[in-house]
Design a protein around this ligand. Structure first.
Ligand code: GLV
Length: 330
């Protein structure tokens, strides 16, 4: 009997795909760092029983329409806003993601950005390398104090909780905002729930870890930025569209807030000529929240196992929340 076909939208290491390879014929896009062209993905999806996708691959209704055999999409990310969920439901396709396994690594990166933004690390490092360091000054690159400051985490899931856990080590006061209260995180980290506006007004560091939904899109707009302290920093390790980038640029330019550490943008990759990147008080990274080698290996393995589960007719281990109770398509 022919094995089911799984198409993977990047070149990924075989070692992490061994179990999947025992159950499926694996086909892959030939590049590791260049996205698969839309027409190639459409042609491959047309023959596939499973897809292993990246968060940068748009999975549209049009694509699913032309993929009659498709049973499962495993996104190698915790976020799955690149997938048209209504279309996936209509076509009876399971959607899976890779939650939890990347939380600590993503929180580490959030903290890297927080510290870098607060202490002007990238500007200071560039200054040394450019040979501009000609003498020491008492307030040279003097930034914001991190320890014992107040942090406000927006989105208290697994990543938000991991950010809070680290904040305890910095002896910080921890507030969070989330649609629903997270009693376990409160108990473990001492974080206190707050209304979003109160949080924005009271904290030194706002860290965004919420998923991108209709509700969260544009949540940090001009009005939200206006509420923040002029000494505060905004750290975004979630999704770019949570923030109105034009409003952020304005707030940073006019020093309504002190700085921003951004791992994510509305359009990725962001162009070097983007106004935000011209600002000294912006620390920008290329969406590398979960980019630590063992974490990425685990994510690949988990995505593969999810596909294998569905192809074997069992409930995938990490279906997206909307699909956790859904029976597999026969
Ligand atoms: C990365 O942004 C992810 O959603 O895993």
């Amino acid at each position: 009997m022919n094995k089911p076909v799984v198409y993977i939208t990047r070149t990924l290491p075989e070692a992490q795909l061994q179990t999947l390879a025992d159950h499926a014929e694996i086909r892959m896009w030939k590049e590791a760092d260049i996205p698969v062209p839309e027409e190639v993905l459409a042609a491959e999806a047309a023959e596939a029983d499973g897809l292993l996708t990246m968060m940068s691959d748009p999975v549209t209704d049009e694509l699913l329409e032309k993929a009659p055999k498709l049973k499962v999409i495993a996104n190698m990310a915790v976020g799955y806003d690149n997938i048209d969920m209504k279309a996936a439901d209509r076509h009876g396709v399971y959607v899976c993601h890779t939650p939890d396994v990347l939380s600590d690594t993503t929180a580490d990166l959030g903290w890297t950005l927080l510290l870098a933004s607060a202490r002007q690390v990238t500007s200071a490092a560039d200054y040394v390398k450019a040979g501009r360091w000609t003498g020491w000054g008492p307030f040279m690159f003097a930034g914001q104090q991190v320890h014992q400051a107040t942090i406000g985490i927006i989105g208290m899931g697994s990543i938000g909780t991991a950010v809070a856990r680290r904040a305890r080590g910095f002896d910080m006061t921890i507030y969070y905002h989330n649609r629903s209260r997270n009693a376990a995180a409160e108990e473990e980290t001492g974080a206190v729930w707050m209304e979003k506006n109160d949080l924005l007004e009271n904290v030194d560091f706002v860290v965004l870890t919420a998923p991108l939904t209709e509700e969260t899109k544009g949540m940090i707009d001009a009005e939200a930025l206006e509420r923040m302290k002029p000494t505060a920093h905004l750290i975004n390790i979630a999704r770019g569209p949570l923030v109105d980038e034009a409003a952020l640029e304005n707030a940073l330019r006019e020093k309504k807030i002190a700085g921003a550490g951004l791992d994510v943008f509305s359009n990725e990759p962001i162009g070097a000529d983007h106004p935000l990147l011209q600002l000294e008080n912006v620390t920008a990274l290329p969406h590398i929240g979960s980019a630590a080698v063992p974490t990425r290996q685990t994510m690949i393995e988990l995505a593969g196992l999810n596909i294998k589960d569905v192809l074997q007719g069992t409930q995938p281990r990490t279906a997206v929340p909307e699909h956790r109770e859904k029976p597999p398509r026969s």
